[in-house]
Design a protein around this ligand. Structure first.
Ligand code: NOJ
Length: 753
């Protein structure tokens, strides 16, 4: 109950917009120090501080030049992307602090997204845990391992909300909901940054990609977006605000444009929203060659001009374009860019280095011995297993097919993914190694031991259309008492530049599923994938389906824990699963329209060839037990628009096993001066209940949670009725009505822009 209250209240604070936050206390000593360093720099050295070069592991776009010792000595490098390991980072840092004229330490950055060497569930999977505590703890371990490898700065969390399952990068974020996304964003920032950036085992977090990147048209990475102002502020900006509020000291610009202005030149949003409205003063880093790409966007044909535009818009660090260093000095000398703009950016970079403690200890205690001692420890692996267990979603379980019994049974494991260790790790595996990962096959073998027999056949490759393995798979299935079919996408089908036009099982896996199912043995499907898949045939035929995403080093053990019932699944979908790609965009928090979907009424919003409903809705996830919900009880049925109301619900474990449930609270503003979604998540919490046990969960609904942007684009709460809904999925809800009275309550009168 306490946790529920906490989450709801935490979210309250996220909504606050009236004043700035995320600011360090004005530190006069730091500012004096930073100014004194700045005063010693030449214009070229200043621009060097704003320049990020690539190291050996930093290639995530076009080939760009790697920097080396000579560049550091000449003051051309402010930071590196993709130089790894205590030894390598120490070596370069020594050059910076002993052989460069400026003696300024360099920053080492990398993409530490879901772990460094101990790989945790991919972010979309972890969001399915609906557990910010887990999200924070995994980020903490990632920070410890990354910092021990000499890194200071991670390009995570990725906080892009998306309604686009075709988009490969959906795997890197928390899914489709801004409330869940905000809670997870804040948790990740807390985990990465720890108590203080100065701590030798903290990483500076980067909320990315600012902003709207997840709305890429057609789900094609890097594509244009078309986002109305209100949607931008309601859907895409909240997780950034939450990250800023949690103290994120860095934000990365997105590749997309908004309303004709690429984000790397978008002064209105960088200066206007981040720095002005939110009073955020961290460093804004470009994405990989993002400054150079302003040329392709068509803002100018001249690289000096795009460098100027980016700096002037508020981009502080040029990741690998090398335009700031190469071309911007000319713009300053010609009077086209005030040197004060450069100075502000340099100040922010120097301040970051100061906050990280690099001017005191440029190595932050880094050594190969520390690196070894802190990497892939038994505790980290154990956390990886817990996180993986909580990220698994039981999509279907007819006739209690799951959990399985191993004793005396022959289990056929079928599918190429079952033995694909690299895929278990997922897309941004940083320093992760396939040999560290437990595959599904290995996990099942570990669990079964000598109690039963495990047979294996790959059946079919993931992508190719090769059916030669079918016969062996059928033979193995016939020999078994039960079949575990592991199908989906391999890890390289998700993440950056990995978009699909179909959400079906790739290759010949659908045929494989049908062939194996026809053998007639009890069959369980284990999905591995980085995006929602449309698997309608499976959903109506295969009796049990587990969504396991890519769960990291403990993937197979966690899957076996759930398959054999030592762990009761508790994950919930952070994203809607469509029946077919043709339903996209499909998301739970949609508008009602003037003709709400109704299968019985012809002239309503629907399709003639497929139901309008999703295959699996947001928030869906079953358990081996069942939970029943009371109707929500309000602390009062009527309140003023400026007042908070508590919502309580009693949840009962009505089945026969102990289980954890994610209790979800949704709200609809029934009538407003602008239309509101049919439901919006406004609170959630996990409760663990023994059979027959009951718990009352209380959420606090504050004005911030009931507010929206009105016709004048002000943040307001309007009087009227609100549907208050609680349940274990966005589609299975108990309801009541709250009435707010009085005048329109204006929370923030500054119109959004
Ligand atoms: C491009 C990606 O968009 C971004 O997320 C990543 O941090 C950079 N490459 C650096 O690898």
């Amino acid at each position: 109950m306490q946790a529920g209250l906490c989450i709801a209240m935490g979210a309250t604070a996220l909504g606050a917009q009236s004043s700035g936050y995320g600011l360090p206390k004005t530190d006069a000593r730091m500012n004096r120090f930073v100014d004194s360093v700045l005063a010693r720099l030449t214009l070229e050295e200043k621009l060097g501080q704003l320049t990020q070069y690539r190291g050996p592991w930093g290639l995530t776009g076009p080939q760009t030049r790697e920097a080396g010792a000579a560049d550091i000595k000449a003051g051309r490098v402010g930071s590196f992307l993709g130089v790894r390991g205590a030894a390598a980072t120490r070596e370069l840092q020594t050059i910076a602090v002993t052989q460069s004229r400026t003696r300024i330490p360099v920053l080492f950055a990398d993409d530490i997204v879901h772990g460094w060497r101990t790989i945790f569930p991919v972010p979309l999977a972890e969001a399915a845990s609906f557990n910010p505590e887990i999200a924070e703890r995994t980020a903490r371990v990632a920070a410890v391992e990354g910092a021990a490898a000499g890194i200071h700065w991670t390009f995570a969390p990725m906080v892009d909300i998306t309604r686009e399952p075709r988009w490969g990068r959906i795997v890197e974020g928390a899914g489709e909901d801004p409330f869940l996304g905000s809670i997870i964003a804040a948790a990740k920032v807390r985990g990465f940054q720890g108590r203080s950036l100065r701590d030798s085992l903290s990483l500076m977090a980067t909320a990315k990609h600012f902003v709207g990147y997840g709305a890429a048209e057609g789900g094609r990475d890097y594509n244009t977006t078309d986002i109305p102002l209100r949607t931008l502020h309601e859907m895409y900006l909240p997780p950034f605000e939450a990250a800023v509020k949690a103290g994120a000291r860095s934000i990365m610009a997105a590749f997309n444009e908004i309303d004709g202005v690429p984000m790397h030149a978008n002064k209105r949003l960088i200066d206007g929203v981040l720095r002005d409205r939110w009073r955020w003063d961290g460093i804004l880093v470009s994405d990989y060659t993002g400054v150079m790409e302003l040329l392709q966007h068509g803002l100018s044909a001249d690289s000096a001009a795009v460098g100027r535009l980016a700096l002037d818009a508020g981009v502080d660090v040029d990741m690998v374009s090398n335009i700031f260093y190469k071309d911007v000095a000319r713009e300053v000398r010609a009077g086209r860019l005030p040197v004060a703009v450069v100075d502000s950016a340099v100040r922010r970079v120097l301040r970051t280095k100061y906050e990280l403690g690099l001017f005191t200890d440029p190595y932050k205690g880094s050594s190969t011995a520390r690196e070894q001692a802190l990497t892939l420890t038994a505790e980290s692996r154990s956390l990886a297993r817990t996180a993986a267990q909580q990220s698994i979603v039981l999509l279907r379980n007819e006739r209690n097919t799951l959990p399985l019994t191993a004793a005396g049974k022959t289990i056929a494991v079928i599918g190429a993914l079952a033995s694909d260790a690299r895929s278990s790790l997922g897309g941004w595996a940083a320093a992760g190694r396939a040999e560290d990962a437990v595959t599904v096959l290995a996990g099942i073998r570990n669990a079964v031991g000598s109690n039963g027999r495990v047979l294996y056949a790959a059946g079919a490759p993931v992508e190719e259309r090769d059916t030669t393995g079918f016969a062996e798979a059928v033979r193995v299935a016939r020999e078994a008492d039960v079949v575990v079919l592991v199908v989906g996408e391999h890890q390289d089908m998700s993440a950056e530049a990995r978009n699909r036009s179909s959400l079906d099982l790739p290759g010949v896996q659908q045929q494989l599923v049908e062939r194996i199912y026809a053998v007639g043995k009890p069959t369980v499907a284990v999905l591995m994938n980085g995006r929602p898949l449309s698997v309608p045939w499976m959903a109506s035929n295969v009796p049990a389906i587990l969504e396991t995403w890519y769960l990291g080093v403990e993937h197979g053990n966690a899957v076996a824990d759930v398959l054999f019932g030592s762990v009761n699944p508790s994950g919930k979908l952070p994203v809607t699963f469509p029946r077919t790609v043709g339903q996209i965009p499909i998301y739970y928090n949609h508008k009602n329209t003037g003709r709400p979907s109704d299968a019985k009424e012809r002239y309503t919003s629907q399709y003639i060839d497929v139901p309008f409903t999703p295959l699996y809705p947001f928030g869906h996830g079953l358990s081996y037990t069942t939970f029943s919900y009371s109707a929500p009880i309000l602390s009062r049925a009527k309140a003023g628009t400026h007042e908070s109301v508590d919502v309580s619900v009693t949840v009962t474990n009505s089945g026969s096993r102990t289980g954890e449930e994610v209790v979800q609270l949704y709200v609809r503003d029934d009538a407003g001066s602008v239309t509101r979604p049919v439901k919006e998540l406004k609170g959630f919490t996990r409760v663990s209940l023994a059979p027959g046990e009951q718990r009352t969960v209380t959420f606090r609904l504050t004005p911030e949670l009931l507010a929206f942007y009105d016709l004048q684009y002000r943040e307001v709460v309007e009087p009227g009725t609100f549907s208050i809904m609680v349940g274990g999925s966005s589609e299975q809800l108990q309801r009541t009505t709250l009435e707010l009275t009085g005048r329109v309550h204006v929370l923030d009168a500054r119109p959004i822009r």
